[in-house]
Write a protein that binds this ligand. Structure first.
Ligand SMILES: *Cc1c(COP(=O)(O)O)cnc(C)c1O
Length: 402
C-alpha cells in the first residue's frame, strides 16, 4: 500500500509519515504552541526525546554557549566532552565505555556489529542474535530486520540474516534456542518495548537472561533507547531488575532534543571493536555531547528520577481512576512516565482528537494510547493529561464500532 497523498502544505517533503495538519512554533516547559497560536500540553515529549521539556532555563544557555564555541570538529581529534559524557554514563550504568553516534538505530546498528564480532572472535563463523516478537530497533536494513513488526519490514526484503526470534518473557523458548543453536552470540531486547505497545520484560526473566548469557558466553544487549534515561524512575529500566547488561544502546532522551546516540558497553564487550572497526562523521560532536552532559547534570540536580517515578504514579493513578470499569480498556501498562493504555480496538483517531483538545499523545501498535511526557511534568500537569484524555477515550469507546 502506498502512503496517503502528501499534505498540501509540505509538497516537497517525502511523505513517510501520517502527520497531523499542524505545525509547532515554540514551547515552554511541558507546553507547546502551534503556528495558529493554539496551546497544547505535551504528553509525547517528541517521542521520549524532550527529557527537559522545552526551553529549559538551564539547558538553553549552556547550548547557546556551546553553539558559539564549537559545534563540530570530527573524530580525527580528541573531543573532551565525549570523555565527560562517557564517564558520566559509565558512573550511572556501572558500565565501562561508550561510543557516540546520532540516533537510536545507529546505536543499535553498532550493537549488532559488536554482537557479530563477539561471535567471530569466538570462532562462530555465522553468528546469530536472539531478538523478540513485537520488538522495535529502528529502520535501517539491519535494525528493521531485528524489529519484530512485519509492517516495518514489508517491501524491504531481503532482510538481514542472523536473527532468531522468540516471544517475550518466555524463558523456555530461549533455553530451547540455547540447546539447539550453537551460533548464538547475543540476546537483544528492549527492557520495555515502546513501539510494540509498552510491553514490559519481567524482572525475573531479565535475571534469567543475565545468568544464561553468563553461562553461554553470550552478550546481553538491552535497547534502552526509549525506556532509558530516567523515564521509569531509575536511570535505566533494567536497573529495576538489579542486573547489568553487556551492551546498552541509548538515544532519544539523552540530548533533550539534540540528536545523539550512544552504545554503552561493559568490560566484557569493551574491546570487541578496535581502531578501524566502526566510525561516524557527526557522532560525538561537541554540541551533542554538551547536550548529553547538561541533560544528565540537570536531571541529577533537579532530582528528576524520583520526580518521574512520583509524577508517574500520579499519572497512572489519575488515568486508572477515571477509566476504571471502562469495558473497552484492556490494560494499563508502563512505569513512571512511560504509559500505555491498551484499548480493545484500533484507536489511531485519538491522536487528532487529543490534539484538537489541546493534548499531544501517540497511538502505537494500533490500539495502545501512549504517553511519554517530558520528565519535568508536574503532578498538576499529569492530572490535566488525564482530565483531557480520559473523556476522549470514553467517548471513543462509546461509539459504534466501524
Ligand atoms: C525510537 C527507537 C529506536 C530508533 O531510534 P531512531 O533514533 O529513530 O533511529 C530504536 N529502539 C527503540 C527501542 C526505540 O524506541
Amino acid at each position: 500500500m502506498n502512503a496517503p497523498a502528501a499534505p498540501a502544505t509540505m509538497p516537497h517533503v517525502m511523505n513517510t509519515y501520517g502527520r497531523l495538519p499542524l505545525a509547532l512554533s515554540h514551547g515552554r516547559g511541558c507546553w507547546v504552541w502551534d503556528t495558529q497560536g493554539r496551546k497544547y500540553l505535551d504528553g509525547l515529549g517528541g517521542i521520549a526525546v524532550n527529557t527537559l521539556g522545552h526551553g529549559h532555563p538551564k539547558l538553553v544557555p549552556a547550548l547557546q554557549e556551546q553553539v558559539a564555541r564549537l559545534i563540530h570538529c570530527s573524530n580525527y581529534y580528541e573531543v573532551p566532552l565525549q570523555e565527560q559524557l562517557a564517564s558520566r554514563l559509565c558512573e550511572i550504568s556501572g558500565l565501562a565505555a561508550a561510543f557516540f553516534c546520532n540516533s537510536g538505530l545507529e546505536a543499535n546498528e553498532g550493537a549488532l556489529k559488536i554482537a557479530r564480532k563477539w561471535g567471530h572472535d569466538r570462532g562462530i563463523e555465522r553468528p546469530e542474535i536472539i531478538v523478540y516478537e513485537k520488538a522495535f530497533h529502528g529502520r535501517s536494513i539491519a535494525t528493521l530486520s531485528a524489529t519484530g513488526n512485519p509492517k516495518v519490514q514489508q517491501g524491504f526484503e531481503p532482510l538481514v540474516e542472523g536473527f532468531v526470534r522468540v516471544p517475550l518473557n518466555d524463558f523456555a523458548a530461549v533455553e530451547q534456542v540455547a540447546r539447539t543453536n550453537p551460533n548464538v552470540a547475543a540476546v537483544f531486547l528492549e527492557v520495555i518495548q515502546g513501539e510494540g505497545g509498552i510491553n514490559a520484560t519481567r524482572t525475573d526473566y531479565l535475571r534469567q537472561l543475565r545468568r544464561l548469557c553468563d553461562d553461554k558466553g553470550w552478550l546481553l544487549m538491552l535497547d534502552e533507547v526509549q525506556c532509558g534515561l530516567g523515564r521509569t524512575g531509575k536511570w535505566f529500566a533494567h536497573q529495576w531488575a538489579g542486573i547489568v547488561p553487556d551492551v546498552m544502546p541509548l538515544a532519544k532522551g539523552l540530548g533533550s532534543g539534540v540528536p545523539i546516540g550512544a552504545i554503552v558497553v561493559g568490560e566484557k564487550a569493551r574491546h570487541v571493536l578496535g581502531p578501524g572497526n566502526h566510525g561516524t562523521t557527526f557522532g560525538g560532536n561537541p554540541l551533542a555531547m554538551r547536550a548529553g552532559v547538561e541533560t544528565l547534570r540537570i536531571m541529577e540536580e533537579d532530582g528528576l528520577l524520583a520526580h518521574a517515578a512520583a509524577v508517574g504514579e500520579v499519572l497512572h493513578g489519575a488515568l486508572k481512576a477515571d477509566l476504571a470499569g471502562e469495558k473497552g480498556v484492556v490494560e494499563f501498562r508502563g512505569q513512571g512516565l512511560m504509559v500505555g493504555i491498551e484499548l480493545d480496538r484500533p484507536c489511531g483517531v485519538l491522536v487528532q482528537r487529543a490534539a484538537d483538545a489541546g493534548l499531544m499523545i501517540s497511538v502505537t501498535a494500533d490500539r495502545v494510547v501512549r504517553l511519554l511526557p517530558p520528565l519535568i511534568l508536574s503532578a498538576d500537569e499529569a492530572r490535566q493529561i488525564a482530565a483531557i484524555l480520559c473523556p476522549l477515550i470514553k467517548a471513543f469507546l462509546a461509539e459504534p464500532r466501524p
